[in-house]
Ligand binder design. Structure first.
Ligand code: MEV
Length: 329
């Protein structure tokens, strides 16, 4: 039996625009997904998932490519979750040259599904690491990031950036621009997360931005402006200038709002954080619902968010410098 964990992340800057080659800066946070894998005697997969902010589920299905899971839960999030596990298993089988390997897989996650904190990337990264190690193959963090990216591409209809998967594989703060992914230094960041209890559909939200960009030049300009904000943000990060980081996060949120990926509850939490004195606040991830990220060294934002209608949970999140790692099974 083999167990691996990988962190979730928040985007300080650059989600959505990163899909079109603009830079983005995600930061891993100390909320992890843990995947336990045990090889089976046959080629089937049995997936048991719990703590995913929805009822746990168990499915068992054939490991043949394209086989439909025999599952009577129709929640799109569950189906999407299974898609990521499937894609991770395909990558692990290929990496270990074991096309018929079957597994019992257990997923435990502290990261709400589809809420902008990189749950799918964390499960995919940890799943590939655990499954390949179970088959006796050790991949580097970079190889895991590459394979996890391919898995996300497969599930998200070819629309994904390397940001989520690279950040989860390596940990810390990273800068992603196209295929160029690197770790960057970050000061201590007083990160606060607000969660509305919901989730967005990444594929649909990405497609929505694509459509706007194709229809309106000013939407394409908005995407480029996010890139400009990110570049300024990188300077602020290097200078440890938290006040400037906050201002730029506010700006980034406004541009994402213009691109139609915010929501009433996300905007409500952003404004509650700002009113509470946060240095800045923005949605994180694909949007549509899910989480916001704010910077506040005091407890004011966390407290205010907990009393904000539409906010289900608010918590402080430390930067996680550990990426994917082996755990004691
Ligand atoms: C989703 O977490 C982030 C997006 O930029 C999509 C991607 O980068 O693949 C919206």
């Amino acid at each position: 039996m083999t167990e691996s964990s990988a962190p979730g992340k928040v985007y300080l800057f650059g989600e959505h625009a990163v899909v079109y080659g603009e830079p983005a800066v995600p930061c891993a946070i100390e909320r992890r997904a843990t995947v336990t894998v045990e090889e089976r005697d046959d080629d089937r997969l049995r997936v048991h998932a719990q703590d995913l902010s929805l009822d746990g589920f168990t499915v068992e299905y054939s490991g043949e490519t394209g086989a439909t899971p025999d599952v009577d839960v129709s929640t799109p999030l569950v189906e999407e979750g299974i898609g990521y596990v499937d894609a991770a298993v395909s990558e692990a089988r290929e990496a270990a040259d074991a096309p018929n390997a079957g597994f019992d897989i257990t997923i435990e996650s502290e990261i709400p599904l589809g809420a902008g904190l990189g749950s799918s990337a964390a499960v995919t990264v940890a799943g590939i690491d655990a499954a390949t190690r179970e088959l006796g193959v050790d991949l580097s963090d970079e190889e895991i990031a590459e394979r996890a990216y391919r898995a996300e591409l497969a599930v998200q209809d070819g629309q994904a950036s390397r940001a989520d998967t690279f950040c989860s594989a390596t940990g810390g703060a990273v800068r992603v621009e196209g295929d160029d992914c690197r770790s960057i230094d970050a000061p201590d960041l007083p990160i606060v997360v607000g969660f509305d209890g919901g989730a967005g559909d990444t594929g649909k939200l990405v497609a929505g931005v694509r459509a706007l960009r194709e229809e309106y030049d000013f939407a394409a300009d908005t995407v480029e402006s996010i890139g400009d904000v990110v570049r300024r943000g990188e300077d602020a990060l290097a200078d440890g200038d938290l006040a400037e980081l906050g201002r730029l996060m506010n700006f980034n949120h406004g541009l994402l709002e213009a691109l139609g990926v915010s929501s009433r509850s996300l905007d409500g939490m952003v404004w509650a954080a700002r009113d509470a004195g946060a240095l800045g606040a923005k949605l994180t991830g694909a949007g549509g619902g899910g989480c916001i990220v704010a910077l506040d060294p005091t407890d004011e934002t966390t407290t205010a968010l907990r009393f904000t209608p539409g906010c289900e949970d608010a918590f402080r999140a430390e930067l996680d410098t550990d990426g994917v790692r082996a755990e004691d099974a």
